[in-house]
Every structure is written in C-alpha cells, then in structure tokens.
Design a protein around this ligand. Structure first.
Ligand code: FSX
Length: 408
C-alpha cells in the first residue's frame, strides 16, 4: 500500500536521540571559537568534508579513526599549524541524523556553505539502475513527486551533484579507488570505482582528478597525511601534492611491498616459508608483494605496528586496480614466482655459505683470533676450520687493499 505523505507535514526526526542538542558542525564551531585555534596562516579557517559511503564494509572509516600521523582528532580540532579545521559530515561519526545531517550538503549545492568542501567517498559506486524500486546505498531522503513518497537518495547521486563544486574528491579504500570486492566477478550491483563513475574528464573545482588512496582497508595514516597535503595546497602553503599516473599519492605508493618488507632478505637468499607462521619470505605461500605498490610493510597498519607481511600474512594485492580478481585464488603461489623463486634459490645457494663464513669471522673479537682461544663464560670453543681461515685471509687482504690504514 502506498501512503502519501506531503513534504511539509513530514516529522523532523533528525535530532531524536541526540543528547548533545546540536549538530556536530555546531559543536565543532564552538570548540574552535573557545580554543581560539583559527589558522592564521591561510585564507580558510575551516573546510567541510562530506564523507559518502557506497558499497563498503566501513573498514576505511575504522582505519582512519586509528590514524596517528596526523590524527583525526587534530584535523577536527584544527590544531595543526596552517591547516584549516575540518568540519566532518560522516554518517557513522556525527551526532545528528536525518534532515539536519543532509542539510549541509544542500547548502553546498546552493553555494551557501561559506567555506570550501572536499568529498571523501568510501566504498564502490553501484549501478543504481539495477536496484529496481530499492537502492544499494543511500544518504537521506527526498520527496518524490512521481510516487508521492519520500525516497532514499543514492550516495552516487550526491557524488554526482557535489563533485563539480568540490575542492577535491578523494576516493578512500580499494572499493572506491578501483571497485574492489563489490566489483568482483559475478557481482550483482555493477559496482565501479569513483573515477570510473565520474569519467575521464572529471576535474574538481581546484582542477584535480579524483585522488586515490587504495587499500582494503587502507592505511589510515596514508589518508590523513594526504588530506593534510591537499589542505596545505588549498591554503596556499604547500605545493600541489605529487600523484602518480593512477592518482595515488606518489610518495606513499612508489615502492613495492617487497622492497620494504622485513622478509625481503630471505627472498634474496632464496629461503622461503612453507607454512603459515614461518618467518621466511612468503612468496611461495601466496605473497604478491614483489609486484604490489603499497607501503604497509614500512608504515605498519596502526601506529607503526602490524601490517600484513609484518605479522605473517601474504600480500593479496589489495591496493592494486586488479584486486581481487587478478590476485585470486588467494594464498596460492603466483605463477611467476616459480621462475623468480628458482633463480633466487640458485643465487642463495651460492651466496649463503659465503656470507656464513664472513659472519662467523665477524662474530669473533680480533683478540680471540690473536690468542686462538675464546675466554668466554659461555664456553664457546675457538674452532675455525683451515678452509675458513684461508678464505678470510684473502678476504681481509682484499678489504684493506688501497687503504693507507692497516691492521696491526
Ligand atoms: Fe572497501 Fe572500505 Fe575493503 Fe572495507 O569500507 S576497501 S571492503 S576493507 O574498508 O571500502
């Protein structure tokens, strides 16, 4: 049964349960005034951020809430020098709901916001034409003249409306940057990335194409750091942040997982993990790190800690445009690793014994060598095979060659 509701008689429910009695924006304004933290270094005291959610698991939100460099709290309080305060409109964080939540987006469309705004989009953009009378993901409601009912507004509609006037559109997480899991083979929603949805000609009001910060879930610090860089640019205090050909912050995604991996040394010596929990290189149990652009091995997942390979998880390529289909099935050695692994094993079988000899020598004090004895409480015996002593003799001759300094 269709119940007709006139727009003007619709009850205002948006502040129900909001014990603060104010919107998050009002609370943030108050905090800024009371703390006297207006940025004196740029033209903007504050910038609105509209966080829209498409097809996602909310993991991006959770990651960002845990960021430490910089922290979300500092961005929201405007306490970082030069940066404007961020007025965040986020359905999982704000205290208001319903119409009061949607109202700032309307102001942005009308041009009465009084400050620039940035769109952050989490999750992939579904094809709402496939949703029939329903919707895949939406924010707020609008009166539909056609049906005489209020109808949910798809977040993709908000994205389309708000993107042209935004200072920047930032796609966070692999779902938003490349489509991700919701766009995998056989999906029903026709999900796609934000940049595919907005098209190749899209540019923000500042002239930026979509900024992409991938990861499923992304490293929270990668996001907050990029936002800070974009805001510094907006304030006229920083250069245009450098992005790569896929719209990723170039300084964060320029290296592969493997190059920064704590296990890369094992690969170089041709030693591979056979079981989960082994400490060696994970390539042969399904790690794609040598070809994946991601900084999680260097930065960790949260506050410098964790991160897939650091805690024993093979890289499944979650930051890459081909994820997940081109990295499936997960936890199976990539075919290319047969060639590189064999070469690495051959190299390692030669290099490892030589390094062991050098290492054993460096593990002895020169005094022990002179006395040919180890006066140690640990009971180690001085036992250097003649072959090792010979190798070391020539190695040390080479080491000192060309140097004016000499051993005694
Ligand atoms: Fe996607 Fe965000 Fe993967 Fe989740 O919400 S990037 S499903 S871990 O985190 O959009």
């Amino acid at each position: 049964m269709v119940v007709e509701v006139k727009p003007e008689v619709r009850p205002k429910l948006g502040m129900v349960g909001n014990v603060a009695g104010a919107t998050t924006e009002e609370i943030q304004h108050l905090a800024r005034e009371q703390l006297g933290r207006d940025s004196l270094l740029g033209p903007y005291t504050h910038v609105h951020v509209f966080w829209l959610a498409g097809m996602s698991c909310d993991g991006c939100t959770i990651s960002v809430l845990g960021a430490v460099a910089p922290r979300v709290e500092d961005l929201l309080m405007g306490s970082l020098p030069g940066l404007p305060q961020i007025l965040l409109h986020h359905s999982a964080v704000n205290v208001e709901s319903g119409d009061p939540f949607v109202e700032p987006m309307q102001r942005a469309l009308e041009g009465t916001l009084g400050a620039p705004y940035v769109i952050v989009y989490e999750g992939s953009v579904p094809d709402e034409t496939r949703a029939g009378d329903g919707y895949w993901s939406a924010v707020g409601e609008e009166f539909d003249e056609r049906t005489g009912q209020f109808k949910q507004v798809p977040s993709s509609v908000w994205l389309k409306r708000l993107a042209p006037g935004a200072a920047a559109v930032i796609a966070i997480g692999t779902c938003a940057t490349w489509g991700g899991i919701p766009a995998a083979y056989h999906n029903a929603t026709g999900a796609m990335s934000v940049m595919d949805f907005l098209g190749r000609d899209y540019r923000s009001a500042l002239g930026l194409p979509v900024v992409n910060i991938p990861g499923c879930a992304p490293v929270g610090d990668n996001f907050t750091e990029t936002v800070a860089a974009v805001l510094l640019f907006l304030q006229g205090l920083g250069p245009v942040p450098e992005f790569d050909e896929l719209g990723r912050p170039a300084w964060l995604f320029g290296e592969t997982v493997h190059r920064q991996c704590t296990r890369a040394g094992y690969y170089e010596e041709g030693v591979f993990a056979e079981h989960y929990g082994d400490r060696e290189c994970l390539v042969e149990i399904g790690c794609w790190g040598p070809v994946v652009n991601c900084n999680i091995t260097a930065r960790g997942a949260l506050n410098g800690l964790g991160g897939c390979m650091n805690v024993g998880g093979p890289c499944i390529g979650c930051t890459m445009p081909g994820f997940p289909d081109k990295f499936s099935p997960f936890y199976k050695a990539p075919p290319g690793s047969t060639i590189s692994g064999t070469i690495s094993r051959l190299n390692g079988s030669f290099i490892r014994p030589l390094r062991r000899i050098t290492q054993r020598d460096r593990n002895r004090e020169t005094r022990w060598d002179r006395q040919r004895a180890i006066p140690s409480g640990w009971g180690a015996e001085y036992d250097v095979p003649i072959i090792e002593r010979t190798v070391e003799f020539f190695y040390n001759r080479l080491r000192w060659r060309g140097s004016s300094a000499k051993p005694e």
